[in-house]
Every structure is written in C-alpha cells, then in structure tokens.
Design a protein around this ligand. Structure first.
Ligand SMILES: [Zn+2]
Length: 269
C-alpha cells in the first residue's frame, strides 16, 4: 500500500494530511479497546478427529476427553479514533455479529474499516446477505497473497471468498504482509492455515486469527495441526514463530477460535 501522506508532493495534500492528523490527535487520547464478539453462541468443543495425529495417550493426558474448548468469534478494535471490525463471522442464522455490533453502538452503515485475517467461510460469511454487501461503506483490507490464492482456486470451496471479493470490489484494499494499516495496526504474515493467513498487532494486542485453533492442545503442543490447516508444515512454522514472538514481547493473544473470553496471555519464555 502506498502511504499518501508521506509520498504526496503537493502542498495541498500535505496540508490536508496535517489537518487530518490534528483531528486524529485528539481522538488518540482515548485508550485502545478490543471487544470479543462471539459469533456462534455458547461454548463448543472440537473433536479428536480434527487433530488426527494426536495420539490417544496425549489427548487423555491433557484431559481432553470431551474435546478442545473453542468458539467462533471476531473482534471489534477501537483505536486512534477508528472502529475496526476484525473478521465477520459465519453469517449464519444463529450469528451474533449484528446484535453485538448494535450493543457496541455500531451500525452496518457507519462501519468504515474491516480487516480480514483470511478468507475461510467462518470469517467472511457475515460480510454478505443474499449475495449483497452487509457493510455498504466499509473499506475491506485483505492480504494480497490471500486474495490472489482464493481467486486462483477452483471449485466450490472458493465460491464464498470470490463472492465477497466481488461484492466489495470497489472498496477492496490488498495489503502486503508487514504493512501498517489505518489505526496503526500492523499486519504480520502467519501463512499456512491458508495461503495468506495474517495476524494483526496493535501495541500489546495480537489478534492471532486461526494460528491457534485449539488452545488447550496447541499452546503446549504447537506442533499439532488441525485438519483445517491447508499447508500443515507452514502453519506449524508460523505458529511456533509467532507464539515465541508473543511470549517474548508479552503480547495478549486474541483468537477467533479461543474459548471465552477469547483471549489469552502466554507466560514469558
Ligand atoms: Zn476459522
């Protein structure tokens, strides 16, 4: 992405940027907050079959007889005067995204920023209703690698991703891993779960998306992948690297499949 403020040569543009920063300067006084939006209501458990490589003995030793506690969630980040939706849930009849946004005082018409971690259905289903964009004014940010991979994919599994990219086509922004997005949110490559799976960092907040699918298993044993990881070797390497990064920098991790309250602070290494 090009940063207009820094590359623009015209005085007029620079003045406009300065004014914008001044306005944002006031809003920046407000603390950053992140709200857990549990899209699928109620606690849920992942079965052993999701992690076929985990031996029965380990499964039992970890006390996972009933399954791994999980959720289907997204997050609302407020920072630097901006309100940012991170993923959009399933868009299923039971989905709680809309009522929870209302609780937060956010209407679909007002929401301006949506950052997507990846294009699996449980993260983008809530962006469409009857094939139409649910958020008529939102700018949607997707990692370029992720968007291109799903656009090139054949068959039914890429249908929803393609429909979402199409519906938001005029407001779609493809970023590169490492880019800083509006609100000072940094995108970090966490490839493997999907080709361009991305996590987002704002200060001590690390939104890990599906990097950790089953915390009760994978925090201790990050080497095990759920069958959802499209490239298990890459997913494992990303998980090991970013868990170490989170621990070293004492970041709180917010995950789309972590059980209530949707976040976890790993112990320092
Ligand atoms: Zn997911």
């Amino acid at each position: 992405m090009k940063k207009l403020c820094t590359i623009a040569a015209g005085l007029l543009v620079l003045t406009a940027c300065a004014q914008k920063h001044q306005k944002e300067g006031t809003a920046r006084q407000e603390p950053t907050t992140i709200t857990w939006i549990e899209d699928k209501p109620g606690p849920a458990l992942q079965p052993h079959t999701l992690y076929p490589e985990v031996p029965d003995s380990l499964w039992d030793a970890l006390g996972l007889h009933e399954g791994v506690p999980t959720s289907m969630s997204c997050f609302l980040l407020r920072t630097e005067g901006k309100t940012i939706l991170l993923d959009a849930g399933l868009g299923a009849p039971f989905s709680q995204l809309m009522p929870k946004l209302t609780e937060q005082g956010v209407t679909p018409e007002e929401l301006r920023l949506i950052y997507l971690t990846h294009l699996h259905p449980d993260h983008i289903g809530g962006l469409l209703k009857d094939g139409q964009a649910v958020f008529p004014k939102a700018e949607v940010y997707v990692n370029r690698v992720e968007a291109e991979a799903w656009l090139a994919m054949e068959g039914d599994r890429s249908k929803l991703a393609k429909s979402v990219l199409q519906a938001y086509n005029s407001r779609l922004h493809l970023f590169e891993a490492g880019d800083t997005l509006e609100g000072g949110v940094v995108s970090l490559a966490a490839y493997g779960h999907t080709p361009g799976h991305t996590v987002f960092q704002k200060d001590s907040i690390l939104v890990i998306a599906d990097l950790v699918h089953g915390a009760a298993l994978q925090l201790e044993h990050p080497e095990y992948c759920p069958t959802y990881d499209m490239d298990p070797d890459a997913a494992r390497a990303s998980r090991l690297r970013l868990l170490q990064y989170a621990r070293k920098n004492h970041l709180t991790m917010y995950g789309m499949h972590l059980p209530a309250p949707g976040s976890i602070k790993p112990a320092r290494p």
